[in-house]
Design a protein around this ligand. Structure first.
Ligand SMILES: [Zn+2]
Ligand SMILES: [Zn+2]
Length: 391
């Protein structure tokens, strides 16, 4: 299970100690690590903290924010290129820092259970945040057979749904008060001296998380979160020819919106399991076929089970050479766009056993003269000529 999030600069974490100009805490500090911590230490720290602060399991009042913070820190530090960028430039790295999506695989941390939560809200900048529910990314593994033929899937997932007793407000009886700290604006502003300039810096009000409203009494059923995880059956179709990374959007199946706003979407990202011998190139399937010398010399036909359910017949013509390719048209994957199918491309290889039985060896000795090029020097010149011509 993969959790996915978009991080916004304007985060309620900006109040924390040790925050820099961007309002974020140092990632190493978040995970309680030295700057030279290795991969293992990083993983252990993340594991420990993610368990402690996972919002579905933790009773800490700021669990959700801490969890987001931990997730982001880990997403950046566990990626060597992002980490070195962070080490050099901090949060304000080139290209807008680390505002991209973070994918953190939590499946090994929580025994493979389906866990959704802590998706970073959209929007950004000052002002009251949009309360549309966040999108949820769910990775779904499919086989090459499914990609070839298409498939209808049905999966059972724990998905966040709006809490019924409080109608998703997080407040007992749905009663909300105006936030005192921000006077209902959802943001706090302050003037900051930046060199010769005075600039206004807005940040999301940490008391109300940008809502401008606060529950009069926290809803007991959802601990004020406004949503609960519920087992939900999802049905979707895998389009024939789908690629690794193809995303299906299930509208309104994401995190419920707050305060009457629309729900987010659920994005199903397809992960195509690698095939034991086919390699994919667009809609073509490429494979290597190792054959003995006799099969290459005399020609042969090889029949394999194929993903489309019909046998795949590979006709190797006599006089074939290692490196020749055989194109079997329209037996590759269906094209996602434009229709038709790709090809199967077979690359011939010469299989050379490391040991020969005595009689094979004797036969080869006998054939050596007959199979040798008649005029070796002329052949060498021909090869050189072919290479010059770009062969
Ligand atoms: Zn507020
Ligand atoms: Zn509730």
């Amino acid at each position: 299970m993969i959790l996915h999030g978009r991080w916004v600069e304007d985060s309620p974490l900006s109040q924390r100690d040790g925050a820099d100009m961007s309002g974020k805490r140092d990632y190493y500090e978040v995970l309680g690590l030295d700057r030279d911590a290795d991969e293992k230490a990083l993983k252990n720290a993340f594991r420990r903290l993610a368990r402690k602060y996972h919002p579905d399991r933790s009773d800490e009042p700021d669990a959700e924010d801490r969890f987001k913070e931990i997730q982001e820190a880990y997403a950046v530090l566990s990626d060597p290129s992002k980490r070195s960028q962070y080490d050099r430039f901090g949060h304000d790295g080139p290209g807008g820092g680390f505002g991209g999506g973070f994918n953190v695989d939590l499946s090994d941390l929580f025994g493979g259970s389906d866990i959704f939560s802590a998706f970073f809200g959209g929007g950004g900048g000052g002002g009251q945040r949009s309360r549309r529910g966040s999108d949820i990314l769910y990775r779904h593994t499919v086989s090459s057979e499914d990609v070839m033929n298409g498939a209808d899937e049905e999966v059972e997932l724990e998905l966040p749904t709006s809490c019924v007793p409080c109608s998703g407000t997080g407040a007992e009886g749905g009663v909300l008060d105006t936030c005192v700290e921000c006077s209902g604006r959802g943001v706090l502003s302050r003037m900051v001296q930046m060199g010769p300039f005075q600039t206004r810096q807005d940040r999301t009000c940490p008391s109300c998380d940008g809502r401008g409203k606060i529950p009069k009494t926290t809803c007991k059923a959802c601990k004020g979160r406004g949503r609960k995880e519920q087992s939900t059956t999802l049905r979707f179709s895998i389009p024939a020819g789908a690629e690794d990374g193809t995303r299906l959007r299930l509208r309104g199946k994401g995190e419920p919106g707050r305060d009457g706003q629309a729900s987010g979407d659920l994005l199903v990202e397809l992960e195509v399991s690698p095939h034991p011998y086919f390699e994919r190139s667009r809609s073509d399937l490429i494979m290597s076929l190792p054959l003995g010398y006799a099969d290459l010399a005399l020609g042969t036909t090889v029949t394999l089970d194929h993903l489309d359910g019909k046998p795949l017949e590979i006709r190797v013509p006599k006089g074939s050479t290692a490196g020749d390719t055989i194109d079997i048209p329209r037996r590759g994957f269906p094209r996602l766009r434009g229709g038709g199918r790709g090809d199967v491309v077979v690359l011939l290889k010469l299989h050379m056993p490391s040991k020969f039985p005595r009689q094979v060896r004797a036969a080869l000795e006998e054939l050596r003269e007959d199979m040798a090029p008649k005029d070796l020097e002329a052949r060498i010149r021909d090869e050189a000529e072919a290479r010059r011509r770009g062969g």
